[in-house]
Ligand binder design. Structure first.
Ligand SMILES: Nc1ncnc2c1ncn2[C@@H]1O[C@H](COP(=O)(O)OP(=O)(O)OP(=O)(O)O)[C@@H](O)[C@H]1O
Length: 889
C-alpha cells in the first residue's frame, strides 16, 4: 500500500525551481583538470609569441610612393557610424591686436567706430556708458580645460530679473577660444576633412552662428588671417606639388550664393561667372561653372572675385554682414577618369558653406530690404536647423519619420545628402562672448546641442579615383583587363620615372588580387600623411596576419587537447567498468567465504589428499615395486581399513644442506621420487627456527601463528623424540596380503617421517605455486591445501605440541576426505590453508597410547579423536602404529 508523501498543503505555494545550472568550465580550468601525467602536453604545438616588435618596427620609406589598391586600406565606410563633428569658435571681443589687458577698451573703441548707426546723442553720458560697456564687455562664455565644453554665464541683470542660471554645453569636438588662430582652427577642424577629400571622400564644412560672430572671418578670413578656404587650397596644392600628381589629379572650384533679394524668391547666383541665376534640379545646380584651378594663387584670385559679387550689407551688428548663403565647392578629379568617363561621378567634393547669420531685429536695426533679407536668412537658418533636428530625432527614434524640411529652402535642398546623414558634415558654430551676445549665443548653443549626437552612415560610394563601380559595371571584362594592364604599366612606368630604384614595387599578389575581384588599383603618390596612414595600415595588416596565425596555432592545440581529453575519458570509463567488476567479484568472494567456510575447508582437504595419494601412488610404483593394479585409490576407506594392520617404516636418507636449499627454493615440478628425496634431505637438516625469515614462506603466517599457539600449549615434550636423523621414504610392508595398504602407505609416502630438534624448522617447497605444507614432527601430520604438484613442508620441533590442545585447529576428518572427493575441488580453488593431514597424523601418533593400538577399533581412543567424535579405523590404527614404531615415539 502506497502512501502519498507529497500531500499538498492548501496554504503553501509550490515553487518549482529549475535545477541549478552548472557553470561551464573555462578552457583553462578544464585543462587544469587534465592529469598532470599527460605526456602529450609536450606534444602539443608550441604557440609562438606574438610578434609585436616585428610588426611595430615596420617602416615605410617617406619618399617612396605607395600604390593604393582596391585591397588597400580603405576603411569600411559602409558600416562606419560617425558622429557629426561640431566645433565652437568664440569670437574675441575685440580684434587681437595686442595684449589682452585692455582688450575691453579696444573692443569698445572698435565698436564705436564700426557699429552703425552710432548714437551720438548719448555722448554726454560717457561715464555711465563706460560703466555699462565695461559690464557688457565681460565674457559670458567660459571654456573648459579640455576644450570640449563651455559654460554660458548670463549677465547679472538677467540673473536677477529672470533668474537665469549658467548653462553648460558640452560634447563639442573642440572649442576654439577667442585666442585661437586661423591656422589652429584649420589644423584641428578642416585638415581632417581635407585629408579625406584628398583620399577621395566628400565632405562639408558649414559655419553657423549669429550675425557678426565671425563665420565669414573663419571661412574666408582676411589677407592677414586667411580663413579655411585659402588654407584648404594651400593644403591641397601643397600636397599635390609634393607628390607631383598634377598629371593625375585636377581640382575644380565652384562658388555660388543663395540669396533672396528684397524678400522675393530665393535664387542661386554663380559668383564665378556672369551667368544669370541658376536653377536647381533635385540636389544639383544646373549650369554651375566649375573652374579648374592649378595653383593657390589662381584659386584665391577666383575666390576674391567671387566675394566681391557676394551680397553683403552693413548692419548694426556687422559692418559687412553677409546677406546670402555662400557655398564653395572644391572638386578633385583625375585626368584618366576625366578622359574616359564622367567627370562628376568619380571625384570627391569638399564643400565649405558660409551661412548668413541669424539676425535679431533689435540688434541689427534692419528695416525694409534689410529686414526682408533678415527674414530670408533667419528662415534658411531655421530650416537648416530643422533638418538637423529632424535627422537627430529620426536617428533617436527610427519610428519617427525624417521630416522633409530640406524642401523649404534651396540651401537645404542642395545640402540634402548632408542633412539626411548620407554624407559627412562638420559644423562650426561661431558665437560672440560679450554679455550683450548672451541671448544669441544661448539660442545657438541650445539649438545645436542635439546636433552633436547625430550620426552619419557614410554610405557614399568610395570615389577612389579609378575605382568607380558604375564605371566598372559599364565596361566589359575585356576592357577591364585592358585597363588593369594599363594601370600596371602606368604604375611601373611612374615608379621608374619618379622615384627610380628606391621605389617599392607593388606585390604581384596585390595586383592579381586586385584583378581578381576587379577593384582596380591606381598608382598614387602619397604625401607624408598618407605614408603615415599607409604605415598604420600595414602595421594593422601585419597584426591581423600575426593574430590569425596565433589563432590557428591555438586552434590546433585545442584540437589536440580535445582528442587527448577524449582518450582520457575512455580510459576513465574502462577503469570504472573494471572497478565495478572487481567489486562484484569481491562481493561474491565474501559471500562464499562467509557462507561456505566449512565446505571450502573440506574441499581443500580433499584436494590435498588427492595430491598426496597421487604422489604416493606414483612413488610406490617406482620405489617400492608395487603394481599399480593393486592400488585402489578410489576406495580410501577401504585402504585405511586395510592399512590399519600394516606396519610402515620411513627411512630418511641423509642429505646435505645445499639440497635442502635447493628443495626449498625450487619451483619446478619434480617427480614424486624427486620430491621424496628432497623431502628426505630436507628433513635431515637442522634448520634454525628463525629460517622463517627469507626462506620460510611469508604467506603461511596463519600456520605459523597456529604453530606458535601450539608451542605454548606444549605440555608433554616426551611425545616428540628428538633425533638428529630422519628416516623416510622407505616403506616396509609388515602385513603381506593386504595389497590396498599401499594406498594408505601412499598417503604417507610423502609425509615425512622425521625427527627434528625442538628448535629446528624446515621448510620444503617443491611447487610451482605458492602452497605449502607444514609438518610438526611427532605431533601432527596432515595434508596441505596444496593444489597441483606443490608440496611444502614445514617441520619445526620447536613447534611440537600435544595435539590434545589443538582442537581449535580445523583438523580434517580423514574419513570424510575421500567422500567429498574432487567434485568441489575441481570447481573452485581453495581459499584457505588448512592443516595438513600429516600434522593431523602426527598429532594422532603423539596422542595414541599403546593400548589404543591394541584395540581393533579406535573408538574413543584419543582425546582428540574422542573430542571430534571420530572413530579411528583399523587401517589408521595400524598406520599409526607403524609410524610410531619407526619414529621411535
Ligand atoms: N576670430 C576673429 N578674430 C578677429 N576678428 C574677427 C574674428 N571673428 C570675426 N571677426 C571680425 O568680426 C567682424 C564680423 O565678422 P564676420 O563678418 O565674419 O561675421 P559673420 O558671422 O560673418 O556675420 P554675418 O553673418 O553677418 O556675415 C569682422 O570684421 C571680422 O573681422
Amino acid at each position: 500500500m502506497e502512501t502519498n508523501t507529497t500531500t499538498p498543503c492548501s496554504s503553501s505555494v509550490t515553487v518549482r525551481r529549475n535545477p541549478r545550472r552548472k557553470a561551464r568550465d573555462t578552457p583553462l580550468f578544464s585543462t587544469s583538470r587534465l592529469p598532470s601525467q599527460s605526456t602529450s602536453s609536450s606534444d602539443l604545438p608550441q604557440i609562438s609569441s606574438f610578434p609585436f616588435q616585428d610588426i611595430l618596427s615596420e617602416k615605410i620609406q617617406q619618399n617612396s610612393p605607395t600604390i593604393i589598391t582596391a585591397t588597400s586600406p580603405s576603411p569600411p565606410q559602409h558600416s562606419v557610424l560617425e558622429n557629426l563633428k561640431v566645433y565652437l569658435r568664440i569670437r574675441p571681443l575685440v580684434p587681437l591686436k595686442g595684449s589682452t589687458k585692455n582688450a575691453g577698451e579696444q573692443n569698445e573703441k572698435w565698436r564705436q567706430k564700426n557699429v552703425w548707426p552710432q548714437n551720438l546723442s548719448k555722448k554726454n553720458s560717457v561715464k555711465e556708458k563706460k560703466i555699462s560697456k565695461k559690464k557688457s564687455n565681460e565674457s559670458c562664455i567660459t571654456v573648459s580645460e579640455d576644450f570640449r565644453s563651455v559654460t554660458l554665464l548670463p549677465p547679472p541683470p538677467l540673473q536677477e530679473t529672470k533668474r537665469i542660471k549658467s548653462e553648460v554645453f558640452e560634447g563639442f569636438s573642440y572649442v576654439f577660444s577667442a585666442e585661437s588662430t586661423q591656422s589652429e582652427v584649420f589644423e584641428k577642424m578642416v585638415n581632417p576633412l581635407v585629408e579625406d577629400f584628398l583620399g577621395g571622400k566628400s565632405g562639408m564644412l558649414a559655419a553657423l552662428g549669429p550675425t557678426g560672430s565671425g563665420k565669414t572671418h573663419t571661412v574666408f578670413g582676411s589677407p592677414r588671417e586667411p580663413g579655411m578656404v585659402p588654407l584648404t587650397l594651400k593644403r591641397i596644392f601643397k600636397s599635390a606639388q609634393g607628390c607631383d600628381s598634377q598629371s593625375s589629379r585636377r581640382f575644380y572650384l565652384s562658388i555660388f550664393e543663395i540669396c533672396a533679394e528684397r524678400g522675393k524668391a530665393e535664387r542661386i547666383c554663380d559668383l564665378s561667372s556672369d551667368k544669370p541665376d541658376l536653377s536647381m534640379q533635385q540636389s544639383a545646380i544646373k549650369g554651375l561653372l566649375e573652374v579648374p584651378i592649378h595653383d593657390v594663387a589662381e584659386a584665391e584670385l577666383l575666390i576674391a572675385r567671387a566675394l566681391l559679387k557676394r551680397s553683403t550689407a552693413t548692419t548694426n551688428a556687422n559692418s559687412q554682414s553677409s546677406r546670402s548663403q555662400c557655398i564653395i565647392n572644391i572638386r578633385g578629379g583625375s585626368e584618366i577618369a576625366d578622359v574616359e568617363t564622367d567627370e562628376q561621378s568619380n571625384s570627391a567634393v569638399l564643400s565649405i558653406v558660409d551661412l548668413a547669420g541669424a539676425e535679431r531685429e533689435k540688434r541689427t536695426g534692419n528695416q525694409g530690404a534689410r529686414l526682408a533679407e533678415s527674414n530670408f536668412i533667419n528662415n534658411t537658418s531655421m530650416v537648416f536647423g530643422l533638418c538637423l533636428r529632424s535627422l537627430f530625432e529620426h536617428q533617436k527614434n527610427p519610428k519617427k519619420a525624417l521630416q522633409k524640411h530640406f524642401q523649404n529652402s534651396l540651401l537645404t535642398r542642395y545640402l540634402r545628402d548632408y542633412l539626411e546623414g548620407k554624407k559627412r558634415m562638420t559644423l562650426i558654430l561661431t558665437v560672440k562672448s560679450g554679455e550683450d551676445d548672451y541671448i544669441d549665443a544661448s539660442y545657438l548653443l541650445r539649438q545645436a546641442s542635439p546636433y552633436m549626437k547625430i550620426k552619419f552612415t557614410n554610405t557614399e560610394p568610395q570615389p577612389n579615383l579609378l575605382c568607380n563601380k558604375r564605371q566598372l559595371q559599364a565596361t566589359s571584362k575585356a576592357e577591364q583587363s585592358k585597363r588593369m594592364k594599363l594601370v600596371k604599366f602606368d604604375a611601373s612606368m611612374m615608379e621608374r620615372k619618379i622615384v627610380g630604384h628606391e621605389n617599392r614595387l607593388p606585390d604581384e599578389g596585390d595586383l592579381t588580387s586586385c584583378s581578381a575581384d576587379f577593384k582596380c588599383s591606381t598608382p598614387i603618390k602619397l604625401n607624408s600623411d598618407d605614408l603615415k596612414k599607409e604605415r598604420t595600415h600595414q602595421i594593422m595588416q601585419s597584426f591581423a596576419k600575426a593574430l590569425w596565425n596565433v589563432l590557428k596555432q591555438y586552434n590546433e592545440k585545442l584540437k589536440v587537447a580535445e582528442s587527448e581529453n577524449q582518450i582520457l575519458r575512455e580510459n576513465l570509463r574502462n577503469e570504472k567498468k573494471r572497478s565495478i567488476e572487481m567489486e562484484k567479484e569481491l562481493k561474491n568472494l565474501r559471500s562464499c567465504c562467509t557462507c561456505s567456510k566449512d565446505n571450502l575447508m573440506a574441499t581443500t582437504i580433499v584436494k590435498v589428499g588427492e595430491n598426496f595419494e597421487s604422489m604416493v601412488h606414483s612413488e610406490l610404483q617406482t620405489s617400492c615395486g608395487i603394481d599399480e593394479e593393486k592400488l585402489d585409490l578410489d576406495s580410501s576407506d577401504h585402504v585405511k581399513s586395510e592399512c590399519s594392520s600394516s606396519p610402515r617404516k620411513f627411512e630418511c636418507t641423509p642429505g646435505d644442506d645445499q639440497r635442502n636449499k635447493k628443495c626449498s627454493g625450487e619451483k619446478g615440478n619434480p617427480s614424486p621420487s624427486q620430491k621424496q628425496d628432497m623431502c628426505s634431505e630436507v628433513l635431515n637438516q637442522n634448520i634454525p627456527s628463525n629460517l622463517s625469515g627469507p626462506e620460510c614462506i611469508d604467506e603461511e603466517q596463519e600456520h605459523e601463528a597456529m604453530v606458535r599457539s601450539l608451542e605454548t600449549d606444549a605440555s608433554s615434550p616426551s611425545t616428540c623424540v628428538p633425533n638428529d636423523n630422519y628416516q623416510s621414504s622407505q616403506i616396509h610392508e609388515s602385513s603381506p596380503g593386504t595389497g590396498n595398504i599401499h594406498e594408505d602407505l601412499s598417503e604417507l609416502n610423502n609425509v615425512v617421517t622425521e625427527r627434528l630438534d625442538h628448535k629446528s624448522c624446515i621448510t620444503v617447497r617443491n611447487s610451482s605455486n605458492e602452497s605449502s605444507t607444514y609438518v610438526q614432527p611427532g605431533c601432527q601430520l596432515g595434508e596441505n591445501d596444496e593444489i597441483g604438484d606443490s608440496l611444502e613442508l614445514l617441520v619445526s620441533l620447536k613447534d611440537v605440541e600435544p595435539t590434545q590442545k589443538q582442537d581449535h585447529v580445523d583438523v580434517p576428518d580423514s574419513g570424510i576426505r575421500p567422500n567429498i572427493s574432487c567434485n568441489s575441488s575441481k570447481k573452485e580453488k581453495p581459499k584457505r590453508r588448512l592443516l595438513p593431514k600429516s600434522s593431523v597424523l602426527v598429532r594422532e601418533i603423539s596422542t595414541c597410547d599403546a593400548d589404543e593400538f591394541d584395540k581393533p577399533k579406535g573408538s574413543g581412543g584419543g582425546k582428540n579423536l574422542a573430542a571430534s567424535g571420530r572413530q579411528r579405523t583399523q587401517g589408521s590404527i595400524s598406520l599409526l602404529r607403524l609410524l610410531k614404531s619407526n619414529l621411535h615415539l
